[in-house]
Structures are given as structure tokens and as C-alpha cells.
Design a binder for this molecule. Sequence first.
Ligand code: OFO
Length: 172
Amino acid sequence: MKARIEEALNEQIKKEASSSHFYLSMASWAETKGLNGTAKFLYQHSDEERFHMLKLVKFVNERGGKADIPSVDKPQKSFESLENIFELLLEHEMQVTESINNLVDICLQEKDYTTHNFIQWYVSEQLEEEALARTILDKLKMIGTDKGGLYLFDRDLENSAISPDPAAEQQA
Ligand code: OFO
């Protein structure tokens, strides 16, 4: 594996680890506010990001590179509101999408079509994650500050099929 590709993949490993940590912090905040559905959703999302990281670690090592297991920065621990959480989540996912697109670019420049093929899974994943975050945010905007609406939103998220499912992803 070319050094430039290895470096870019290792940077992505760090980003996925940071995403996992960020969502874990959001989940923990939601749990302490009694928002159990949101907490469940975010704990799952955090696991999903860890899986994204692991998938990259294994790919780098299998292709003769060396995965760099990163230290991650402490994420913020309190949030203004549910809407604020999902705004931050969407913003974060948009940055990750940019970084995945950049990886695609590097693969093409380096003519590494194997890694390019591998990264396509992340391209589709980003599309889904951004769409999911936008759907949730739209719902929250509609609800506004209505307490009953927020209660139902949290309950729906607990049972919702739109929750990320790391178990299903691992079969992908
Ligand atoms: Fe790894 O997809 Fe979100 O960040």
C-alpha cells in the first residue's frame, strides 16, 4: 500500500474513532436527561462508528500497511437541546463525507483501485447517515419546544426502524 494512501486511511481511522466518541458523549448526555430513546439511538450510532473504524483498521493491516490506533480528543459533554444534538451530528457527518470524498480523490490520483473500491462502502454509508440526520432534524424542527411532541419523538426513536443498526452493518 502506498504511503500516501496509508496515511489518508489512518487519518480516517481517527475520524471514525472521534465520531464514535462524540456520539457516545451525546448518548450519555441524553441518558442523564431521561431521553432514553435518543440515548439508545446514539449509543447504537456510537457502536456503528466504532465498526467503521475497525473495518478500516483491518483493511489497512490486511493490505500490508500498519493501522495507527489513535488517541481521541475529549468531546463536549453538555448540549443545549435535542435539536442542538442533531444539528451537531449532521454537521459532523457532513465533515466526514468531505473527508471520505477526499479519500476517493486520493485513491484516483494514486491509481489505487482496490482502496477506491473499498471506500465506496463508506460513500454510500455517508449518504444514508446524512439523510437520516436530516430526517430527524426536520422532525425536531416541526416539534419545536412542544414537550408532548418531544416525549413522543423520544419514544418513537426508541422503537424506530430508523435507528442505526451496527449488527446489520457488520454483515455488509
Ligand atoms: Fe462513519 O459514518 Fe458517521 O461519521
